[in-house]
Design a protein around this ligand. Structure first.
Ligand code: PRP
Length: 187
């Protein structure tokens, strides 16, 4: 309901910026996150599970997702930033924070907000594989399906996403709009 109101009137959270359209509303996201939690619970019948969130974009998705996973797990984070505030991914990825949790021998589930060019994942998966996890899989909320040369496909995917600049539910433009409870494309 709140989402529909946004389309007809300015959302004060947008600071005057107009959204082109709501791509995924709150209810749609919540329903899919519940399903993903069930899929992940079923996929890991045993062993230690570490849910590794890629900051900053995954922070809302991860916090909702782990509450839908009905088995023991641990949580840690990675920070890998591409340079600049451009609306196109630059392709240069730097690791700003490395998880302190031991990865060896654990099921690692890397949680991403969106797969765009796939460069971030290609770089990170190579780093994580060196830590000798028991298994290493990716859960992405959004997947644009435009990545050329993605070396590891996502095991769990929330939605195929339109090739538009998306913000909200953790996704930003120049660090703004991460707090929107829905996902919208910018004008
Ligand atoms: C964004 C997004 C993904 C990545 C996807 O991160 O959160 O991690 O880009 O793009 P790619 O598939 O083209 O590599 P960003 O570097 O903007 O950092 P953020 O998570 O802090 O927003």
């Amino acid at each position: 309901m709140a989402t529909r109101a946004v389309e007809g009137a300015a959302d004060p959270r947008l600071s005057g910026r107009a959204v082109k359209r709501i791509a995924f509303d709150e209810e749609t996201i919540a329903a899919r996150v519940r399903e993903l939690g069930g899929e992940i619970t079923a996929a890991y019948p045993d062993g230690k599970l570490l849910v590794l969130g890629l900051l900053k974009g995954s922070f809302i998705f991860l916090s909702d997702l782990v509450r839908q996973i009905s088995r023991p797990l641990q949580v840690d984070f990675l920070v890998a930033a591409s340079y600049g505030d451009a609306m196109v991914s630059s392709g240069t990825v730097r690791l700003v924070y490395d998880p302190e949790t031991e990865l060896e021998g654990k099921h690692i589930l890397l949680v991403e907000d969106i797969v765009d060019s796939g460069r971030t994942l290609n770089r990170l998966m190579a780093i994580l594989e060196e830590r000798k996890p028991r298994s290493l899989e990716i859960c992405a909320l959004l997947h644009k399906r435009i990545a050329d040369g993605l070396k590891h496909e996502t095991k769990f995917t929330g939605f195929d996403a339109p090739n538009e600049f998306l913000v909200g539910y953790g996704l930003d433009h120049a660090e703004n709009f991460r707090h929107l409870p829905y996902i919208a494309s910018l004008q």
